[in-house]
Design a protein around this ligand. Structure first.
Ligand code: PLP
Length: 389
């Protein structure tokens, strides 16, 4: 059947194309490549938690839950952050369950950004932040973290602050670099923003994926910063179930009230069986996420060791699902060109780090996801060892 021409739509995101994650995943499927591009585990999640979802479905938890989230789950989250960060958060007024961490970040941006507002983010940056700011007619101010350590230069942040600065978005632990903010970083951040009205969005979805005996410091540990913050988390990363898209936002009471005003007209609430299962899982003292670091560190070290037998050079990091590798000593290709060659000719999909910048900076670095079974990592490494760079 023929279709009539559709009316033209407003172009709200003229500079946005399909994300590199989708592009590389499609290419990985087309060329039958091992996908070390997109950040998701290929190993099974907890069977116990799956059984809890089944039980919740059978028990009839299939209708709407409260807009702010299933209360027992919010209560368990309050206990969890008290344990992890010595933070006291009221589950009634400060915790909201969301359909994933991204939704929490997007909603926080919706709350804060008005036309002309400036929001500071740090390059390389997760791809969601700028489009969400643009949709609310804000202006994104990007500050580059210095290569190759990717540290934030706080004096640059201080200089970038203007009367229009509405918010600063931090991502800690950081995707794609795997870097962590230190106590010193957070002290500097606090010193710069104290006595201002600048809000903070803290993307902490990788909170439990931290290695080498390092520690994640949450904004929840710092009352001054928390008093102006939306702190966003994801159960997808915590329980190896990225496809569930369940997360939460913790924010002071007035911020949470503003957050829920928008959330109630968007998702309104999050799927019930998952929330019921997660609440029961946490209440059961189930802290398998505490063992995540050991599991993931083993995988990271395995891949490091294997890739040390290739011309790639590791840029060491301490967190997330990702590690960066430089190919500078072996190829003058652009990151994107080499990533395309690797999918097509080597059968391994990875992500060019230049894609995390607004104006691509080509440091000859690729992002590898190591949240994979050893057999997957081993096969990818074997292919890379044989590749003719
Ligand atoms: C830095 C960062 N923030 C947020 C998210 C989104 O989390 P969720 O899948 O829970 O929406 C991701 C997912 O990859 C991420 O890497």
């Amino acid at each position: 059947m023929g279709h009539e021409a559709s009316p033209l739509l407003p172009e709200k995101l003229p500079k946005v194309d399909t994300t590199i994650f989708t592009v590389m995943s499609v290419m990985a499927a087309k060329y039958d490549a091992i996908n070390l591009g997109q950040g998701f585990p290929d190993y099974p999640m907890s069977a116990k938690l799956i059984n809890r979802v089944k039980k919740a479905l059978d028990a009839g938890h299939n209708q709407y839950l409260p807009m702010a989230g299933y209360f027992p789950l919010r209560n368990e989250i309050a206990n969890k952050v008290a344990d992890a960060y010595q933070a006291t958060c009221d589950p009634h007024t400060e915790i909201t369950i969301t359909p994933g961490g991204s939704y929490a970040i997007f909603t926080a941006i919706s709350v804060l950004v008005e036309p002309g507002d400036e929001v500071i983010i740090f390059d390389p940056a997760y791809d969601l932040y700028e489009p969400a700011i643009t949709l609310h007619q804000g202006k994104t101010i990007r500050i580059q973290c210095a290569f190759p350590a990717y540290q934030i230069d706080w004096s640059q942040v201080k200089q970038a602050i203007t009367a229009n600065t509405k918010a600063i978005i931090i991502n800690n632990p950081h995707n794609p670099t795997g870097q962590l903010l230190s106590t010193d970083d957070l002290e500097k951040f606090e010193a710069i923003t104290n006595n201002t009205n600048i809000s903070i969005i803290s993307d902490e979805v990788y909170e439990h994926l931290v290695y080498d005996g390092k520690c994640h410091h949450s904004i929840l540990e710092r009352p001054h910063l928390y008093s102006r913050a939306f702190v966003c988390f994801s159960f997808g990363k915590t329980f190896n179930c990225t496809g569930w898209k369940v997360g939460y936002c913790i924010a002071p009471e007035s911020y949470t009230a503003a957050f829920r005003k928008i959330h109630q007209f968007n998702a309104f609430c999050v799927n019930s069986p998952m929330q019921v299962a997660l609440a029961e899982h946490l209440a059961d003292g189930n802290d398998e996420y505490q063992q995540l670091s050991d599991l993931l560190q083993e995988k990271r070290d395995y891949l490091r060791n294997q890739l040390s037998q290739t011309p790639l050079k590791c840029l060491p990091s301490h967190s997330t699902y990702f590690e960066l590798y430089s190919f500078q000593r072996v190829s003058t290709a652009t990151e994107i060109a080499l990533a395309e060659r690797l999918v097509k000719e080597c059968g391994v999909a990875v992500i060019p780090v230049s894609e995390f910048y607004k104006n691509p900076v080509d440091n000859k670095v690729l992002r590898f996801c190591f949240a994979k079974q050893t057999t997957t990592l081993s096969e990818a490494a074997n292919r890379l060892k044989q590749f003719k760079w």
